[in-house]
Design a protein around this ligand. Structure first.
Ligand code: UDP
Length: 488
């Protein structure tokens, strides 16, 4: 085993996020969080991603935070099979997900060289770079895993083996010895569960790692943080460092998120004209590709709901009039003018959710979206699509009680062959029922969501559970550095 960092300056942490908005956004926020606590934080990424992050990192550096970017080249398209410039999962068609994941193995030589050169005190590595575990171990650098998911999904996934029915024809199963009985469906599990090659690598990498950093806060999922940290999870250390989105308050530091300043102003000033709690925000994250017919059903459903809405449509579905004409109902925007706003491409989600006019969020249950909704105290209408989103849905609806399902029973509409459209009538019925009221049960959900939002704010304040976990991790890394120096 090599020696740890020899520097005598502040602690130095290297952050190496998966190139996908749902991983880069929270990891950059996390790097900023550690920088605010005096840790020198370096984010490693590729040229196209660095161009997107540059402004936000510069803004943080300009206010004196020790935060910087280190750029390494994206592997040659000839070796990866990806097109030039396809450096982010959001630019890759769903069908090429595995090609992208395999391309990540090509980062081994440049990252090894960088780690040897910089010798940081810790490497925060995305879980999808499992090979960083052996490398960090060889160099004596503690590797902290960032999975992107919360304690509940991580706990559920690491214990699946105890619950999955052996009979492959049994579709649904219940994890019923937990604080809340969790009902899941075999086809709602993350795609990775079927990839034995990756699962084996991830398991081996986890066993070689120092610990896990989780973008959550204790009071959001207390039983499952305890389970994940202490009970069933074979001794791996975990620190709750979230919600990291709460630490990114300055608008210029949020610029990386992708919206143009003009679009941001348009959306926020539109919301300013709406009564508190009256608007539903509809957004399915950065990776979802809906078919034209599904987009049309959403449009018709929102129109028929009679409620005010902000709906984000991904760029490729709305990039030109011809693409849009394929699914947008005739006269749709004119018909909903003043009541509904279509955002093409990217909305300033954290700010939208934090706006008083927004009462509900139709979400695909990506972990960041879920956290951002909780931070803003906004209840959710759940529409999971893939990855661990069906598990997250169970957390929102069955455990936290801050959301309703868009449909009852199991349904999955990601893969073409499985496509079952969610109909306009269903969208209209749920949105129409809950937004702006909906009786005692719905009011109770909204109340609970607000309470979680307040708890999130307290967690990141000095003395809060997250603040203390971050302190504990920093102190542990400082102690490790001293230990390493003594050994020399
Ligand atoms: N996001 C945003 N504006 C959009 C779409 C997404 O700011 O129009 C952000 C959102 O706030 C979140 C991230 O992109 O931080 C999406 O991550 P999530 O885990 O919710 O979903 P994924 O994109 O990974 O499916």
């Amino acid at each position: 085993m090599g020696s740890t960092a020899s520097s005598t300056g502040p602690l130095h942490m290297l952050f190496f996020p998966l190139m996908s908005p749902g991983h880069m956004i929270p990891m950059v926020d996390m790097a900023r969080l550690f920088a605010t606590r005096g840790v020198r934080s370096t984010i490693v990424t590729t040229p196209v991603n660095a161009a997107n992050l540059g402004r936000t990192v510069d803004a943080s550096a300009a206010r004196g935070l020790p935060l910087s970017l280190h750029v390494i080249p994206f592997p040659d398209p000839a070796a990866t099979g990806l097109a030039p410039g396809q450096e982010n999962l959001s630019a890759v068609p769903t069908a090429h997900f595995n090609t992208f994941v395999m391309a990540l193995f090509h980062f081994q030589p440049p990252l090894a060289a960088l780690l040897r050169d910089l010798r940081p005190d810790a490497l925060v590595s995305d879980s999808l770079f499992p090979w960083t575990a052996a490398l960090a171990l060889e160099l004596g650098i503690p590797r902290l895993i960032f999975h992107g998911a919360g304690a509940f999904p991580l706990f559920v996934l690491s214990n699946l083996v105890n619950y999955l029915p052996l009979d492959p024809s049994t579709d649904s199963f219940t994890m019923n010895d937990l604080p809340h009985p969790i009902r899941l469906h075999r086809n709602g599990l993350p795609e990775l569960v079927d990839n034995f090659f990756m699962l084996k690598l991830l398991g081996e990498a986890e066993a070689k790692s120092y610990g896990v950093v989780v973008n959550t806060f204790y009071d959001m999922e207390p039983s499952y943080v305890d389970y994940y940290k202490n009970k069933n999870h074979q001794g791996i250390k975990a620190w709750c460092v979230g919600p990291v989105s709460l630490l990114c308050r300055a608008a210029e530091e949020r610029a990386k998120r992708g919206e143009t300043p003009a679009e941001r102003d348009r959306v926020l000033s539109w919301l300013d004209s709406k009564p508190a709690g009256s608007v539903v925000y509809v957004c399915f994250g950065s990776l979802c590709h809906f078919s034209g017919p599904q987009l049309k059903e959403i449009a018709l459903g929102l129109e028929a709901s009679g409620k005010a809405f902000v709906w984000v449509v991904r760029r490729e579905a709305a990039e030109d009039a011809a693409a849009e004409a394929e699914w947008m109902p005739d006269g749709f925007e004119k018909g909903v003018e003043g009541r509904g706003l279509v955002v093409r491409g990217w909305a300033p989600q954290v700010e939208v959710l934090g706006h008083a006019a927004v009462g509900w969020f139709v979400t695909h249950c990506g972990w960041n979206s879920l956290q951002e909704s909780v931070c803003a105290g906004v209840p959710m209408i759940t529409w999971p699509l893939f990855h661990e989103q069906f598990i997250n849905e169970a957390l929102v609806v069955d455990v936290m009680g801050v959301g309703v399902r868009m449909w009852e029973g199991f349904r999955r509409n990601r893969l073409e062959e499985e496509k079952v459209l969610v109909r306009a009538e269903e969208v209209a019925a749920v949105v129409g029922r809950v937004v702006g009221g909906g009786g005692e049960e719905v009011e109770a959900m909204a109340r609970k969501a607000r309470e979680y939002g307040e708890a999130a704010g307290k967690a990141v304040e000095e003395g809060g559970a997250t603040y203390e976990d971050v302190t504990a991790l920093i102190q542990e890394l400082e102690a490790k550095r001293k230990e390493g120096q003594k050994e020399k």
